[in-house]
Design a binder for this molecule. Structure first.
Ligand code: 13P
Ligand code: SF4
Length: 307
């Protein structure tokens, strides 16, 4: 009954549901659009509905609001907060900027709206290397995920990177031994790793990809077996879209923040129109620029300002 009721409410209330690849399977099943952080931010700028119901963590729903301030953006559970985004302290970031006045601040989208107001350009796991490659600055303050920053640095060794000591606990906790044991059991499988993992795990990858990158790669690959080194719920979509292929996951790689949102939350949110993402106008104005710069690069266009 609930999925039918959700569909009915979406159509009655002119709501589109954007859902991240780590959400619970039953929520993925009622999505209008499923994707990674980049896809969802881009899709949020294209939808025609007056309301976006965002099932993902807080920073994703905030980005949808910043890019579409005229729309109502609903986030069904305010407890769904990415702990990595909370690792930035604003005063510490201000101080770091003062210490490196020439540096460009590149913020992973996994940051709060307030943090984005202090940054020059955003990136996601899908476009981080490309974004930093487009910058002419020789010095980069990369926040908050040091592992993603270290991965980007491999491709751009001539720039100086200053890292924030942030991390995603779900990906950082994957060890090389975990991956080796999966490789030993499934020697024909391709190893797909998310760039939030630590360097020794990245070194074991056949491909380093965002979650949507993993979806695309496994669909188009001639291989039929994959070891998926990221949050385990991605495997639900991978298996659903590739019934003839096999996906091996690390069972304990669970993001509790992503699992806070339940079907009941979605239903209540659709019925009540709450909780809604509300941000001060000044924050929206300042946080929009780094997000829009990122989208400009992702569309293959040149940045208007020199960074
Ligand atoms: P993706 O953008 O690759 O889906 O990653 C988001 C995220 O939170 C990874 O932990
Ligand atoms: Fe944040 Fe990691 Fe969860 Fe992604 S998987 S939402 S980075 S805690």
């Amino acid at each position: 009954m609930t999925p039918e009721r959700i569909e009915q409410l979406k159509s009655e209330k002119d709501v589109v549901m954007l859902v991240h690849n780590y959400q619970r399977p039953e929520i993925q099943d009622v999505a209008d659009f499923l994707g990674d952080s980049l896809n969802l931010a881009m899709e949020a700028t294209k939808v025609s509905q007056s309301t976006i119901l965002f099932c993902g963590v807080d920073f994703m729903a905030e980005s949808a609001k910043i890019l579409n301030p005229e729309k109502t953006v609903l986030h069904p559970n305010t407890e769904a907060k990415c702990p990595m985004a909370a690792m930035i302290d604003i005063d510490g970031l201000r101080k770091l900027k003062e210490e490196h006045p020439e540096a460009v601040v590149v913020a992973y989208v996994n940051t709060t709206a307030e943090t984005k107001t202090l940054t020059d350009i955003c990136c996601t796991s899908a476009n981080a290397v490309n974004v930093v490659k487009q910058l002419s600055a020789g010095e980069i303050i990369f926040i908050p995920d040091a592992n993603l920053g270290l991965y980007v640095q491999r491709f751009i060794p001539d720039k100086k990177f200053i890292f924030w000591p942030g991390y995603c606990h779900v990906h950082r906790d994957v060890t090389p031994e975990d991956v080796q044991s999966m490789k030993d059991s499934h020697s024909n499988a391709k190893v797909l790793v998310h760039p939030e993992c630590a360097p020794p795990v990245i070194d074991m990858a056949d491909e380093v990809l965002s979650t949507e990158g993993m979806v695309r790669f496994s669909k188009s690959s001639d291989f039929s077996e994959f070891i998926i080194v990221t949050e385990r719920e991605l495997s639900y979509r991978l298996q659903k879209e590739n019934p003839g292929k096999t996906f091996h996951i690390l069972e304990r790689a669970i993001c509790p923040a992503m699992k806070k949102i339940t079907m009941d939350d979605v239903l209540k949110c659709l019925e009540s129109g709450r909780p809604e993402i509300e941000l001060p106008e000044s924050v929206i104005e300042q946080a929009k620029l780094p997000l829009e710069r990122m989208l400009t690069i992702s569309r293959g266009e040149k940045l208007k300002d020199k960074l």
